[in-house]
Design a protein. Structure first.
Length: 304
């Protein structure tokens, strides 16, 4: 019965055909349930901390979550900024400053960053409380909710704040399935929530981005799709990181030719000399996600 459930979830949310030749969506049943639970529990929290990926700060947001939050105080934490293209990141910084929602770009959950997050969240909450009730007790427990797409760092942030392994962390999207209150400091509690994807990814290219960033698991959209997209993009950019890491003589090669070359360089060959594409795709994705293929961003800010 369990296997049937998994198979049903996969077939309903994998690559589905449309007029453009394919579409990427992943919104399994537990996410729909999570959204309903989030809406129920929002009244219990003072502020929502929404995590996004700095390599694609808009696409790693979620309009469904934004709609659910409504007028609740919110701060956007844009994680993994050390992996993004600095020039494009600067454009996003300008863009976000023109929005009404407080935000922070971060690259690591060190103590200084954590303190900044908590201090800013407290400031937002206290200002909101004073607006609604000037006589409120400032020592009242502060409750926060963590939201975001899978694999944006929610569980890691909570564990760092709590200074213990309070919630499960894995390099695989969709590990958090339940909602959990965690006491992270004196007078501060955080509600961890499952990563929630948009019910529909409008543009096929956005699905490729989210797959490359590992918001969508590699067994939902086969590794061939994001790995090929990454190589194609880097070839167009004539990336020196691509050339040096995989020892290309030059980058005058198509995507398949480049992948075959990487397979040879990394020893992804079977006993009969055939290319082991499954292995080489995993290598490419691992190298990209760790930053070995250089700093990279997907998409630029929209014109206001």
């Amino acid at each position: 019965m369990k296997n049937k459930k998994v198979r049903k979830e996969f077939t309903e949310n994998m690559l589905t055909p449309d007029d453009s030749g394919g579409h990427i969506n992943w919104f399994p049943g537990h996410m729909n349930k999570a959204v309903k639970e989030i809406k129920k529990r929002l009244k219990m929290v003072d502020i929502v901390l929404e995590l996004r990926d700095a390599r694609s700060p808009l696409v790693t947001g979620n309009s469904l979550v934004t709609e659910a939050i409504g007028e609740k105080s919110r701060m956007i934490i844009i994680n993994k900024s050390h992996l993004a293209d600095p020039a494009i990141l600067s454009q996003w910084d300008v863009w976000f400053k023109k929005q009404e929602t407080p935000f922070q770009f971060i690259h690591d959950f060190d103590q200084s960053t954590l303190q900044n997050i908590i201090s800013e969240a407290k400031r937002i909450i206290q200002n909101r409380r004073l607006e609604s009730n000037p006589d409120i007790d400032e020592k009242k427990v502060i409750r926060m909710m963590i939201l975001g797409l899978p694999n944006t760092g929610k569980s890691t942030l909570i564990n760092k704040l709590a200074k213990r392994k309070a919630t499960k962390v894995a390099d695989k999207p969709g590990q958090t399935r339940t909602q959990l209150w965690v006491k992270v400091a004196l007078g501060i509690e955080i509600l961890d929530t499952p990563g929630v994807m948009p019910p529909k990814i409008i543009k096929y290219e956005h699905g490729q981005w989210l797959s490359a960033l590992h918001a969508i698991p590699d067994n939902i959209v086969t590794p061939e799709i994001p790995a090929s997209y990454i190589i194609e993009t880097l070839l167009k950019k004539e990336s020196s990181f691509l050339k040096d890491l995989y020892q290309f003589k030059d980058l005058k090669v198509d995507t398949l030719g480049a992948i075959n070359h990487i397979a040879e360089i990394r020893g992804c060959l079977s006993a009969k000399g055939q290319y082991d594409y499954e292995r080489v795709y995993k290598i490419i994705l691992g190298d990209f996600r760790s930053g070995k293929l250089g700093l990279m961003s997907f998409g630029v800010p929209p014109v206001l």
